[in-house]
Design a protein around this ligand. Sequence first.
Ligand SMILES: [Zn+2]
Length: 89
Amino acid sequence: MRCLNCYTADMVTPQNGHPAYIECPACGAIELTYEPQDYQVESHTVPIRKVWNEKKGKWESELRIIGWFGGLKSHALLKLLKFGGTLRA
Ligand SMILES: [Zn+2]
């Protein structure tokens, strides 16, 4: 698969052999290739909705951003951090 960042090289398996992503040897871009588990699917299906901006007098896209940060078994130690925010464009 051609790198969609620099378009000059094909994406390859990283040197560490990690199965969850591929990387571009030219620019270092990565693309996630993992298959989410059932409890992760919801995080990947965040909808984009249209909202009316009174000041600008036009419709804008609003996207809810959710990030999950933690390491192996971090949830068991209550060190999982959930981050949320909203972007408009
Ligand atoms: Zn690239």
